[in-house]
Design a protein around this ligand. Structure first.
Ligand code: COA
Length: 367
């Protein structure tokens, strides 16, 4: 009997602090109308540190000087974060494990993707694993940006189908809000991204019947020729030394994005990979009961809905409430869809993501 991986538990975590478009428009030249029209986002969740900083920035007479001061001295002289990306990963993981009826010790392996890690090293998956109280469980770390969770599912599925592991936890967690310039200079990215974590437990099951439940196929791609379109140099071996006062003075720790180029690539690649997944499985878009697209920008999702004639009832979107949580957005949407009873047994679900790298992919599964 062939082995299939099934998602047996999902979880999510978002910080409590809500940042409205109105608060952002007190920090930079933007407006609720502009943000809603161009992205669909109404509010997002950020770490308590980012939230405190935004409240202060909103009142600062010279925004650029305030952000420079935070870079130089931390917030009120403190540079330690009160919430890290591994904290979000752990919270989402505990929820996923609880919903699967498992405890951390039941896991054979953990796969985590986070764009901005707790530390340059060790990798965040190891930090998460330790916080879950584990000492020998293997950990794979991905840094596949917004496509991280979809890449993680593909990896975990191969481990399970190949018989190496029976229970794998896949995590997409992101804490990006601490690394944006919330003045006019960084407004293109600062309004889009936010913090959150999502996780899913995959378990081995014997495939029974003509249409067995579980993960069906994965279609993954990357294009390293376009790294400049969406990049964060925050630290790394591309500068010597990785962190320097000059780097800060030159503004290079701030991430940068060519929004139009990302938009064009995302629309094209997401469309291609959805079609690739449908073709590989002999399906039409109409056969898919629920699409979960990475919440990059509502306009990108709406463009897909138009191309494939997907009605709102066959998609789950939450960018309005959470913004773009990068690699956490697909598992957060998945968790909400599960909790909201959006899928019934036997439904075909497609998860699709695109992000920095560029990296993109689609996972087809039968719920
Ligand atoms: N508020 C107000 N104006 C803003 C702004 C903001 N937050 N950000 C940019 N602008 C300005 C620009 O400076 C530009 O002004 P100009 O015409 O005087 O130069 C104008 O708005 C239009 O900018 P443009 O980049 O053409 O806008 P856009 O319609 O492409 O929307 C994005 C900008 C970033 C929302 C859009 O390009 C986008 O969503 N791209 C994809 C990004 C994405 O999904 N990234 C994540 C991938 S995982």
């Amino acid at each position: 009997m062939p082995i299939r991986s099934r998602i047996t538990g999902t979880g999510m975590a978002v910080p409590e602090c809500v940042v409205t478009n109105e608060l952002l428009s007190r920090c930079m030249s933007t407006s609720d109308e502009w943000i809603v029209q161009r992205t669909g986002i109404r509010e997002r969740r950020v770490s308590p540190d980012t939230y405190r900083m935004l409240l202060r920035l909103a009142e600062a007479p010279d925004k650029t000087a305030f952000m420079r001061d935070v870079q130089a001295r931390g917030l009120d002289g403190n540079i330690d974060s009160s919430l890290t990306v591994s904290d979000l990963a752990v919270e989402a993981s505990r929820m996923a494990l609880k919903n699967a009826g498992l405890s951390p010790a039941d896991l054979d392996c953990i796969v985590e993707s986070s764009t901005l890690p707790d530390f340059a090293y060790p990798a965040t998956g190891c930090v998460t694993q330790g916080k879950l109280g584990l000492t020998t469980t293997p950990v794979f770390n991905l840094a596949q940006g917004c496509a991280g969770f979809v890449y993680g599912l593909a990896l975990a599925d191969q481990f399970i189908r190949g018989g190496m592991y029976k229970r794998v936890l896949v995590i997409g967690a992101e804490l990006l809000s601490s690394a944006f310039d919330y003045t006019d200079a960084g407004r293109d990215m600062a309004i889009l991204f936010a913090d959150g974590g999502g996780a899913a437990v995959l378990e081995a099951h014997e495939a029974t019947g003509a249409e067995p439940r579980g993960l069906i196929s994965h279609h993954l791609h990357s294009d390293g020729s376009a790294i400049d379109a969406l990049m964060g140099e925050i630290w790394g071996s591309s500068t010597f030394p990785p962190v320097s006062k000059k780097k800060i003075d030159d503004g290079r720790p701030w991430p940068r994005m060519n929004g139009r180029a990302v938009f064009v690539h995302a629309v094209r690649r997401v469309r291609e990979v959805v079609q690739e997944s449908l073709d590989a499985n002999g399906l039409l878009a109409d056969d898919i009961d629920l699409f979960i697209f990475h919440q990059a920008n509502l306009r990108i999702v709406e463009s897909m809905a138009e191309s494939f004639k997907i009605s709102e009832s066959r998609m789950h979107n939450n960018i309005q409430r959470y913004g773009n949580t990068a690699g956490a957005s697909v598992p957060i949407c998945l968790h909400e869809a599960v909790m909201g009873g959006r899928m019934k047994e036997g439904d075909l679900v497609m998860l699709v993501a695109f992000g920095t790298g560029f990296s993109w992919g689609a996972t087809l599964l039968r719920w």
